[in-house]
Design a protein. Structure first.
Length: 331
């Protein structure tokens, strides 16, 4: 039963067959490079868009019960590593890219929450969320998806805990630490208002993410049908022991939502790239994008920013090598 859900409901393999049949009727040979690229592009764009809109709607409806002010109150009840765990878990239910997470990070920090907790949230929010879990299941299977989310949470919890241990509060800009916002309790929304909120979140997220989906799927289609396997295997396969490091360094400056990076990862994996290298690339793109680092530089000083980058990069690389070591178990 789960195999059917994974392949036909989440993976929408029936859609791939339908698109292939439709293209064949139009006279396009899907076994050719051009035909295969068109089929890959149409299938992934439609599938990701449907899953994205459905998941964001559901997640946003749930999130309407946890507005920022309520999240602050929940987080303030915990101490120590448990606070980091809750902060990281909170990040999984906020379907934001790295840039969108920073305003919430500022709000949590200015509210007086421990700095390590806010950084656990900042790391986990773009790296892992419920939407990415479902999409990863549809493309890579349950084992890979669950392992990816768990390891992302580990990086977020340990990274936040280390920042807390080093007492880096003095490296947060004064305007953030001294800011105070009025708490507005939005917990009294009606079901209709929550549905409207969820609908608006879908529209806003779709407008922001869809260009990256098109770019990501386009790159994936090129890799899948035009790039020789030997090239991919030479750079990101078992032939290159530094493939994980290279993937993380290449991914870090880029800016894309996880929904845009998954098609690229899928194509790389199909061409023989090692799983850990592919996932390291995904984590780096979503967590350490250059625009988000520029935004973060406005609210924290260079020493804390450098520590954040270093923790994330080391964690991502270690996770990548871990996945390479257990790839045969997961796939």
């Amino acid at each position: 039963m789960w195999d059917f859900i994974q392949k036909q409901v989440l993976g929408m393999e029936w859609l791939n067959g339908a698109i292939g049949a439709g293209l064949a009727r139009l006279g396009l040979d899907t076994a050719s490079r051009w035909g295969g690229s068109v089929q890959f592009f149409l299938y992934d764009v439609v599938k990701i868009t449907v899953l994205l809109c459905t998941l964001i709607f559901g997640i946003s409806y749930i999130q309407s019960y946890f507005p920022p002010e309520r999240s602050k109150r929940i987080l303030s009840r915990f101490r120590g590593v448990w606070a980091n765990i809750i902060g990281a878990l909170l990040g999984t239910v906020t379907p934001f890219c790295s840039c969108s997470s920073i305003p919430l990070f500022i709000g949590f920090t200015s509210a007086g929450l421990p700095l390590g907790v806010t950084f656990s949230f900042l790391i986990s929010s773009p790296m892992v969320d419920l939407g990415s879990l479902i999409l990863l299941i549809s493309m890579f299977g349950t084992k890979v998806a669950v392992a990816y989310v768990l390891m992302g949470l580990v990086v977020a919890v340990l990274g936040g805990a280390l920042i807390e241990k080093l007492h880096m509060e003095r490296y947060v800009e004064d305007f953030v630490r001294n800011a105070s916002g009025a708490a507005v309790d939005s917990s009294g929304q009606t079901p209709k208002e929550r549905l409207v909120y969820a609908r608006d979140q879908v529209a806003a997220t779709f407008r922001k993410v869809f260009p990256y989906i098109l770019i990501g799927v386009g790159i994936g289609a090129i890799i899948h049908n035009w790039i020789p396997e030997d090239w991919v295997q030479m750079v990101l396969g078992s032939r290159n022991p530094l493939g994980v490091i290279l993937a993380a360094l290449i991914g870090a400056p880029m800016y894309a939502d996880i929904f845009g990076t998954i098609p690229v990862a899928q194509a790389l994996l199909a061409k023989g790239a090692l799983l850990g290298s592919v996932l390291a690339f995904m984590m780096a793109v979503t967590t350490l994008s250059l625009p988000s680092l520029i935004m973060l530089k406005k609210v924290v000083r260079p020493k804390l920013l450098g520590l954040f980058i270093g923790i994330c990069m080391v964690g991502i690389i270690l996770v990548g090598y871990f996945f390479n070591a257990i790839q045969d178990i997961l796939i």
